[in-house]
Design a protein around this ligand. Structure first.
Ligand code: PLP
Length: 467
C-alpha cells in the first residue's frame, strides 16, 4: 500500500462496476413481480453450495454478489410475497425500500439533534402523524426503535422510573416495594414476558373476556386479588394490546384506562401489529380510549409498509422517558447541553440508524390517504377470507376477526395434518402459512398486511384445504 492508497475505501473502476451491479440488483429485486416465495435450506446444503466466503484475500465483489443472488437470497423466504400469510408479513412500498438505500448511503447518525437534526426533524413528522391518529396532545413525542420488543421494554422502563419518582415525591421515604409488577392480558405478546424478566419484575396475567379482550373489570379484579394476597406486589403499569399477534384482538382500551387512572398505573398500548389500523376508518372505533394512555407502540415494519426494522414508540409526556433513558457520560455532554430533541434519550439505546426515514419518505411521497386506503384494502381481503371460511363446509372460524388476522380450523385434521399441509405449501412455492395454537388447539391463521395479497391468493390457500 502506498502513502496515497486508501485501500478498500478508494473509489476505483472496480468499485464503479460493483456499484452498477449492486444498484441494478437492488432495483430489480424491488420491482420483481411476482417475487419468488423461496424457502430455507439446511446448513449442509448451504455449506456445500456456498462454502467459505470470508478469506484473507477476499473473494471479490462479483463472486460475493453472485453467491448472494443465486444461493443465499433464495434460501430466505420473501416476506413481501403476496401469499406469505404467516406471523406478521412485511410489504414495504418501493419508495420506502428505495429510501432505505439512501439512508445507508448518507452516513447519518440518528441519535442526536446535534449530528442528525435534519433526519430527526423528518422522523418526528412521521411520529407526529401516528400521535395524531391516536389523539395524543401536541407535546407528545417519541422515537423509532428496532422493533416492538424494544419499544415495549423502553416504555415499561419509563413507567417504572416514573413510579419510583412518584414514590420519592410522595414523601413516603421512597421505599421500594418488595416486588414491582406489570399487569397484562393473558394474550399479551411474548416480549412483555421478556421485558418483565429483564427488568426483574413480576407479571400479573389478567383473564380475558369471552372475546379474548383485556377489560377494565378484569383488570380491577386482578388488582384487587393482588392487594388481598399475602405478599402483594406493587403494580406500576398495565399493558393493553391493540391487535394481539395471534388473533388480532384489540383490548378494551377505554375500560383499561379508566381503571388504571384510578389505580395510578401507567398504561402502555402494545400496537406493534394492530395500531396501524387506527388509520383505517372502518377499524378506528376499536381504538377508542387510546387517546388517554401514557404510551403506545406501532411497528411500521408490520402494517405500515416500511422495511425492517422500524418500530415507533410514542409518549404522552416524553420528558418522563428522557428522565428514564438519557445516558450521562462526560463525552456525551455536548449533546445534552443544548436541550435539543435527541432520539437516543427516549429508549434503551444510544447509537441509532435513522430508521424512521424510509417510512417518513414513503409517507411524504404518497400522503396519508394512500396509507389509509392500503390498510383498508388489506382489511377487505381479510374480511373476504373470513367470509370464505364461513361458507366452507370443512372450515370454521376460531373467533370473529376484528382486524386482518383470520384464524380457523380445518374440521377432521390433526396437528400432523396441519403441519404436513403447511410444509407442502412452502416446499412447492405456493404459500407460507404456518399453523398456530389457540387454547391448546392447533389451528390455521392468515395475517394479511400486504396490499398486494388478493382474494385470489386467499382462494389458492383455502382451495388447497380440501373440497
Ligand atoms: C410483533 C409484535 C411485537 C414484537 O415486535 P418486534 O418488532 O418483532 O420486536 C410485540 N407485540 C406485538 C403485539 C406484536 O405483534
Amino acid at each position: 500500500m502506498t502513502g496515497h492508497d486508501r485501500g478498500m475505501h478508494e473509489w476505483t473502476s472496480a468499485t464503479e462496476e460493483l456499484a452498477s451491479k449492486v444498484i441494478s440488483y437492488a432495483k430489480s429485486r424491488i420491482h420483481l413481480d411476482p417475487v419468488p416465495l423461496d424457502r430455507p435450506r439446511t446448513l449442509p446444503e448451504l455449506q456445500s453450495a456456498v462454502g467459505e466466503t470470508v478469506t484473507a484475500e477476499g473473494i471479490g465483489g462479483d463472486r460475493a454478489l453472485r453467491l448472494f443472488a443465486d444461493v443465499l437470497a433464495p434460501a430466505c423466504i420473501s416476506i413481501d410475497h403476496p401469499r406469505y400469510f404467516s406471523f406478521i408479513p412485511c410489504a414495504p412500498t418501493p419508495a420506502s425500500t428505495l429510501f432505505d438505500l439512501v439512508v445507508s448511503a448518507s452516513s447519518l447518525y440518528g441519535g442526536s439533534w446535534l449530528e442528525g437534526a435534519g433526519a430527526v426533524y423528518a422522523e418526528n413528522q412521521a411520529l407526529r402523524w401516528l400521535a395524531d391518529l391516536a389523539g395524543f396532545p401536541p407535546e407528545a413525542g417519541g422515537v423509532f426503535v428496532q422493533g416492538g420488543t424494544l419499544a415495549n421494554v423502553s416504555a415499561l422502563i419509563t413507567a417504572r422510573h416514573s413510579a419510583r419518582e412518584q414514590l420519592v415525591s410522595a414523601g413516603t421515604g421512597g421505599e421500594e416495594p418488595a416486588r414491582w409488577a406489570i399487569a397484562a392480558g393473558a394474550e399479551a405478546h411474548s416480549s412483555i414476558t421478556s421485558a418483565a424478566a429483564a427488568m426483574d419484575v413480576d407479571l400479573l396475567a389478567v383473564e380475558p373476556d369471552s372475546e379474548g379482550r383485556l377489560t377494565g373489570a378484569a383488570l380491577e379484579a386482578t388488582l384487587g386479588a393482588e392487594r388481598r394476597s399475602e405478599r402483594p406486589r406493587r403494580p406500576f403499569a398495565v399493558v393493553a394490546t391493540a391487535g394481539t399477534t395471534n388473533l388480532g384482538v384489540v383490548d378494551d382500551l377505554a375500560g383499561v384506562s379508566r381503571v388504571a387512572g384510578r389505580e395510578g398505573l401507567w398504561v402502555h398500548v402494545d400496537g406493534a401489529y394492530g395500531a396501524a389500523a387506527m388509520a383505517a376508518p372502518s377499524a378506528r372505533h376499536l381504538f377508542a380510549g387510546i387517546e388517554q394512555v401514557d404510551s403506545f407502540s406501532v411497528d411500521p415494519h408490520k402494517w405500515l409498509f416500511a422495511p425492517f426494522d422500524c418500530a415507533a414508540l410514542l409518549y404522552r409526556e416524553p420528558a418522563k422517558a428522557r428522565s428514564a433513558h438519557a445516558q450521562h457520560a462526560s463525552y456525551l455532554e455536548p449533546l445534552q447541553a443544548a436541550g435539543d430533541w435527541s432520539p437516543s434519550d427516549y429508549a434503551l439505546h444510544l447509537t441509532r440508524r435513522a430508521r424512521g426515514l424510509p417510512f417518513w419518505f414513503s409517507l411524504a411521497v404518497h400522503g396519508t390517504r394512500a396509507y389509509a386506503s392500503a390498510i383498508e384494502r388489506t382489511l377487505e381481503v381479510a374480511r373476504y377470507a373470513a367470509e370464505q371460511v364461513r361458507r366452507h363446509p370443512l372450515l370454521e372460524l376460531v373467533v370473529e376477526p376484528q382486524l386482518s388476522v383470520v384464524a380457523f380450523r380445518r374440521l377432521g385434521w390433526s396437528s400432523r395434518d396441519y403441519h404436513a399441509w403447511s410444509a407442502e405449501l412452502l416446499e412447492s412455492g405456493v404459500a407460507f402459512v404456518v399453523p398456530t395454537t389457540h387454547s391448546r388447539e392447533v389451528v390455521l391463521r392468515l395475517a394479511v398486511v400486504n396490499p398486494r395479497s388478493s382474494e385470489d391468493d386467499i382462494d389458492v390457500v383455502l382451495d388447497s384445504l380440501g373440497p
